[in-house]
Design a protein around this ligand. Structure first.
Ligand SMILES: [Zn+2]
Length: 289
C-alpha cells in the first residue's frame, strides 16, 4: 500500500513523457526514407518522400503545414517545400527541432545519403511519435527542411534553401520572437558517434545540451572541440535565435563517407540515434521550465 502510494507521483511524472525514444524505430524510419533513393530537392523521389512523411505525421495529434517556395539555384528554378509539424502547448513559447530530408544531387554518383539525410529524417519521425505521447507547455515544432544541400559548390547563396526561407517567413509573421530554442540535427546516425562542438551555435544552449549528455553518461559522444559549422541553424542564428546544430562531421576516416556512394545504411546504428534522441527528450523536458 505505502509503496503504491509513493509510486503514484513518479508514475505521473513518467507518463507525462510517455513513450521513450527508440533508436531501432528511428533507424527503421531512416531505412524507409533511404528506400526512396536519391531525393534531391525538386526530384520525384523527394516528393514521394514528402508524401510518406506527411502520412506518418497525420496519424499523430499535430498540425501539419507546408512552406512551399521556388528556389533560384545554379541549375535553375527548383520547387521546394519544408514540412512543419506543430504539437501545440499552452505556454506561448516555441521549441523547434529540425533536420533536412533532401539529399545532395551528385552527378554520376548513386548518392543514397543514409546518414545525410536519412538519419535526420528518421530521427524526426521517431521524435514525432515520442512528442505525440507527451503533455508539454511549449509548442514543440518539428521542421523537415528541404533544400539543405547545395547544387554543386556550397556558398552563401547555394545551400540551406529551406531554412533560409522559413527563417525569413517566421521573422515576418512573429513566430521567430517566440522561439525559446531551435536544435537542428544532421548526420547523427554514424555508428561511431562523435558530435562536433559547433562554434556557430548559441553557447548557452550548447552548454545545456552537453551538460545533459554528461549527466546521462553520454558525454563521450559529444566532443569538447570543434569549429564553426554552416548548417540549417545558421539562418536562425543570423536573426538572433537561440540555436544549436548537432552534427557528426567525422563520418568514416577523415569524414571520407560524407557525400559519397559509401554513405549507406550499414554505417549507421540504432544506438547512435537513440543517444541523440534520449538527450533531446531530456532537453525538451528542461526547456519546459
Ligand atoms: Zn550533405
Amino acid at each position: 500500500m505505502h509503496c503504491k502510494k509513493a509510486l503514484i507521483p513518479l508514475l505521473l511524472a513518467v507518463s507525462a513523457w510517455g513513450a521513450s525514444f527508440s533508436g531501432a524505430e528511428a533507424l527503421e524510419y531512416t531505412r524507409k526514407a533511404v528506400a526512396f533513393g536519391q531525393r534531391p530537392a525538386g526530384s520525384a523521389a523527394n516528393r514521394q518522400l514528402q508524401a510518406y512523411i506527411e502520412v506518418q505525421l497525420k496519424q499523430l495529434r499535430c498540425q501539419v503545414t507546408f512552406d512551399a517556395f521556388t528556389a533560384t539555384t545554379p541549375t535553375g528554378a527548383v520547387s521546394m517545400r519544408n514540412i512543419i509539424a506543430r504539437f501545440p502547448g499552452s505556454g506561448g513559447r516555441v521549441v523547434v527541432l529540425s533536420g533536412h530530408f533532401d539529399s545532395k544531387p551528385i552527378p554520376g554518383v548513386n548518392f543514397l545519403g543514409a546518414n545525410d539525410s536519412g538519419s535526420s529524417t528518421g530521427f524526426l519521425l521517431e521524435m514525432a511519435r515520442v512528442i505525440n505521447s507527451t503533455t508539454h507547455s511549449n509548442d514543440i515544432v518539428l521542421v523537415f527542411f528541404d533544400g539543405e544541400e547545395a547544387f554543386g559548390e556550397w556558398s552563401d547563396t547555394n545551400g540551406v534553401y529551406g531554412s533560409r526561407h522559413l527563417a525569413k517567413k517566421w521573422s515576418e509573421d512573429g513566430t521567430l520572437a517566440r522561439i525559446k530554442a531551435l536544435i537542428n540535427v544532421d548526420m547523427i546516425g554514424d555508428k561511431d558517434l562523435d558530435i562536433l562542438y559547433d562554434q556557430n551555435s548559441t553557447p548557452s544552449l550548447r552548454k545545456l545540451v552537453w551538460q545533459t549528455a554528461d549527466d546521462m553518461g553520454y558525454g563521450k559522444y559529444f566532443l569538447r572541440d570543434g569549429f564553426p559549422i554552416e548548417d540549417d541553424h545558421m539562418p536562425f542564428v543570423a536573426l538572433g535565435v537561440n540555436a544549436l546544430d548537432l552534427i557528426d562531421f567525422d563520418y568514416g576516416p577523415r569524414n571520407s563517407l560524407w557525400h559519397t556512394a559509401t554513405d549507406t545504411l550499414d554505417k549507421l546504428s540504432a544506438h547512435s540515434l537513440e543517444v541523440v534522441g534520449n538527450v533531446l527528450v531530456a532537453v525538451l523536458r528542461k526547456l519546459e521550465s
